[in-house]
Design a protein around this ligand. Sequence first.
Ligand code: AGP
Length: 370
Amino acid sequence: VTAEKAGFDHFMLKEIFEQPKAYRDTMMGRVSEDGRSVQLKEIGMTLEQLKAIRNVHIVACGTAYHAGMIGKQVIESLARIPVETDVASEYRYRSPIITPETLVIVVSQSGETADTLAALREAKRCGARVLAITNVVGSSVSREADDVIITQAGPEIAVASTKAYTSQLIAFYLLGLYLAESLETRDSAFIAEVLEAMQQLPEQVERILSQSVVLKQVAESISKHSNLFFIGRGSDFAVAQEGSLKLKEISYIHSEAYAAGELKHGTLALIEEGIPVIALITQEDLYEKTLSNIKEVKARGAHVLGIVNGGSEEEVGKSVDELFAIPKTLPLLTPALSVVPLQLIAYYASLALGNDVDKPRNLAKSVTVE
Ligand code: AGP
């Protein structure tokens, strides 16, 4: 078993460290040689069919749903198509408006999640085209979807999903760029710039991983608390939700992820002396707003760890107790980096508490019941 873990103590840690490779493998063969254009040969839709898409529904569970929240922002901003993201166990029961002009994207690491599969079947019954983003070739979802993007994360064993999630983000970036190119919503210089920044991501993740000792210390102090908050705006809020889920599922510490601006509508009442708050503040255009939310929690005694995009350390540093800077990247791409410190915090908190990191209580890797 130790051999399978390649010297790591747990599959989860091994899989966190495999992310640079997972990013490279998921991009491989999908970017033109000159690095200026996306090639998704696995998508069988003609240009005419792509142009006919009126709306997109992204449907998934758990961590894959959190990837779908980023997917919504990516597709809307790059391709200007309206997107809704739904939890698969809710989707069918809200009688969603699905037409043949709807593209339904199901996201599933295993490709076997019962609710996601049921959503796929419902979408097909209504005449929609279904695109699956999955990590498992030959899985039920991959067999039943019209088009399939395989994330090349390699087998994921730990119940807590890490490299599958980040590979799903890479798949969404590629898909968003592919749609933008096909629908001509973005010019080729812009697309080349994003692709260039994406090529830097694996090495940037490596730089974050090399700082895991710092995050271990943060995690050890967090493990002494029974409650904490993650806050952020925009894509930071989506990443906050993923960070909170990761921490809950393996450390059993209660945490909530909140849209930073929503705190004062109720949740701020829970902030008390010493409570840890992890604030994601990577989006330049939202700095001022999130900073004022950080000040609100600090004034009530919270201990704030700020996760920032490189270059803004000085500006944000004055308002937080601790700071972790991810290497500088485009605002659109920050989720592929900012989630990594949160994965490591969850891992080391679980470890400090002596939990079974790879097999947390009450949970299964693949949820095949509805
Ligand atoms: C992730 O850490 C969870 N264990 C869980 O939320 C998971 O992402 C969810 O069950 C969906 O699984 P899937 O991607 O295989 O469909």
